[in-house]
Design a protein around this ligand. Sequence first.
Ligand SMILES: Nc1nc2c(ncn2[C@@H]2O[C@H](COP(=O)(O)OP(=O)(O)OP(=O)(O)O)[C@@H](O)[C@H]2O)c(=O)[nH]1
Ligand SMILES: [Mg+2]
Length: 649
Amino acid sequence: MAFSSVISTPTLQFKPLASSRPRPPNSNRNRTQHSKPRKLKSRNYPPPTSLSTSVDGGEATTFTRLPPKDDFCPSNLAEVIKLSDATHMSSKTKKFDENFHGIDSGNERLDLGLLQGFEVNNDFDSEGENEGNNNENSSSSRRMGFDYERFELYEVGSDDEDDFDGEEAAMVFGGEGVEEEEDIKGKEKGVPAVMRCFDRAKIFVKAGDGGNGVMAFRREKFVPFGGPSGGDGGRGGNVYLEVDGAMNSLLSFRKSVHFRAGRGSHGQGQQKHGRKGEDVVIKVPPGTVVRESGGDVLLELLHPGQRGLLLPGGRGGRGNTAFKSNYNRVPKIAENGEEGPELWIELELKLVADVGIVGAPNAGKSTFLSVISAAQPAIASYPFTTLLPNLGVVSFDYDATMVVADLPGLLEGAHRGFGLGHEFLRHTERCSVLVHIVDGSSEQPEYEFDAIRLELEMFNPDLAEKPFIVAYNKMDLPEASENWPGFKKVLQARGIQPFCMSAVTRDGTRDVISCAYELVRENKEENMEQGMKIMAAPVNLNHVADRMHKQRAAPVSEFEITHDSSTNTWHVDGAGLQRFVQMTNWRYVDSDKRFQRVLEASGVNKSLLKLGVKEGDTVIVGEMELEWHDAAETPGPRSRRKSAAESFE
Ligand SMILES: Nc1nc2c(ncn2[C@@H]2O[C@H](COP(=O)(O)OP(=O)(O)OP(=O)(O)O)[C@@H](O)[C@H]2O)c(=O)[nH]1
Ligand SMILES: [Mg+2]
C-alpha cells in the first residue's frame, strides 16, 4: 500500500492523538514509554536519490579468443591473425627483462610491472625482424615483444564490473590513494592493467560530511546565565573534476581509486563555527566522459582548464544559537552535519584528435605517425606492436596544426573480439577524419581495406560516415607496387581516390597528410557554422551538483508510505525526511520534540492514521525505527494529547 501526501494546512484535527515514538529496534514489543530512538543497524542512510534512471549501459564484452575456423577470413588475412603461428616466438623471447618492465615509447615510459602475460622480448633485434627502424624504435620494439600464444587466451575489454570489483574491494578498506597490491600474480585478470586502465577507470568519490553543530551556553564571571552560544559545523569539502591538459591517459586512476573530500569541523562554544572541509580536485585528461556507474553520462570534459563541481559537500549542522527564538530562549538542541553524497563513477577517455589512423596490424600506421610528427611510437614487423593509442601533433605552420592518433591494429572480426577487439575504436569517435593505411604488400589489399571499413561500421555506423582517406603503403616493396594499379582501379570504380606512399622512405606521405588537413579544416569550418550558437552557449559543468542540491532541498512533506502487513511495519520514505532524520542529533533533549513536530507538520501522522496505523505498529522513518502510540491510550495526562510532540515531555 502506498500513500503520498503533501500537506498544506497545519490545522489538523486529531482525535486519538497519535505519537510516533522512538524505540530500540529490537525491543520486541517490550516497549518502554520513553525509549530513546536508535539507529537501525540494517538501514544505511542512502545518498540522495540516484542521479540517473537505470540504464543498462555496459558495453559488449569482447574476448580475444581464437574464432571458430569458419569465421576466419581468407588465407592472407588468416596468416596475419593466426597469432599462435607467430614464428618469432622462441624460448629466448619468453624471458622477462629483469631490468626493465615497461614500454619505452619515446617520451612515455609506461610501467608494465603488472603486465601479466605480455612477456618482454629481449632478443628481438637479434632475430633480424626489426629492420628499417632507428635505434630508439628498435629498442622500444625489443621491449615490446609479447607472447602470442598466451595472448589468444586473454579477455579483452572486459567485464569491467568484475575486474574492478575484485580489485577495488580490497582497497576500500585502505582508504584514499591506497596502493594496488603488487602481488596479484595468481589472479586471472585478462587484459593487462596498463591496457585496461589506459582509457577507462572506475573510481569512488565522496563529498565531505558537514561538521556537527554544538550546544553550548555562555558562562562567564558575572554572566551566570548567558544565552546559547553553540556554533555551527563547517561545510564538507566538495569534489571537483578538472581537465589537466598535460594528462593523456587514465592510468593514474589505476592506483588511486577512492577520493574523499574532507569533513567540515564541528562547531564550538562561544559561537565559533567549524572550518570548511578540504575540497578534492580530481584531474582528468581532455576528452574524458564521466558516467554514473552503469548509468547515464554526467559530464563531458573536453578542454584543458574546464572544471566541474561533481559532488557538493554536506551542510554543517546548526548549533543551538541558531535555534534561539522568543519561544525558546535556551534551546537544548543542535544538528548533526549533513552527510556528503557518494558515488561510483566511470571515467572513459576518448582522445581528442583530429585525425585517426586505422588499418590492419602491421600496415605501417605507427611508421606513418612517426614520419609526419615528432611522436616516436613503437614500430616493429609483427602485429599488435601498438597496444595503446599514440598521439602526435602535425604542424604545417604556426597556427596550422592538427592532432593525429595512431590506433592499435584492427582485424576482421574485431567486433567479435578478434585481436584487440574494438577496444580502442572509441577513440576515433571524436576524430573528424580517418586515414586508412593499407598494407600494399599483403595479398589482397582491397579485401583488407573492406574488412576494416566493415569493422568500423559494425562498431559505430557514424564512424563509417566520417570523411576518410585511403593511403596504400609500402610502395617501396616490389609486391606492393605491382598490386597498386589493381587496387587503385578497384577503389576508383567505387568513387574513392586512393593515395600511394612509402612511410619508410617518406615518399607520398606529405600528400596524404595535406589532404587530411584540408578535410579537417573543411570539417571545422562546417562545424563552426552549424554549431556557432551551441559553442557560444556557456557549458554548465556544475549541473550534477545542482541536481543534487535540488534533491536535497526536497520538502519533508513529500513522502511515500508503504505498509508491510506481515510485520505491521510502516515505511515512510522521502528524501527530505531522510535528510532530516540523519541530521537530528538525538543526544539533545529538544531533538525529540522537534522531530515529533516535524512528523506532525509534514502530515506523516495524519497520513498514517488515515491508512489505519494501530497502537504498537512499527514506523520506520529514514533510519529511525519508532513505535506508534495512540495518545488516547497512552498512560499519562490526557491533556497532553493535543500534540503528539508534547507526549514526550
Ligand atoms: N618496406 C616498408 N616497410 C614498412 C613501411 N611502413 C612500415 N613498414 C614496416 O612495417 C612494419 C610494421 O610497421 P608499424 O608501423 O609498426 O605497423 P603498425 O600498423 O603500426 O602495426 P601495429 O601497431 O602492430 O598495428 C615495420 O617493420 C615497419 O618498418 C613502408 O612504407 N615500407
Ligand atoms: Mg603500430
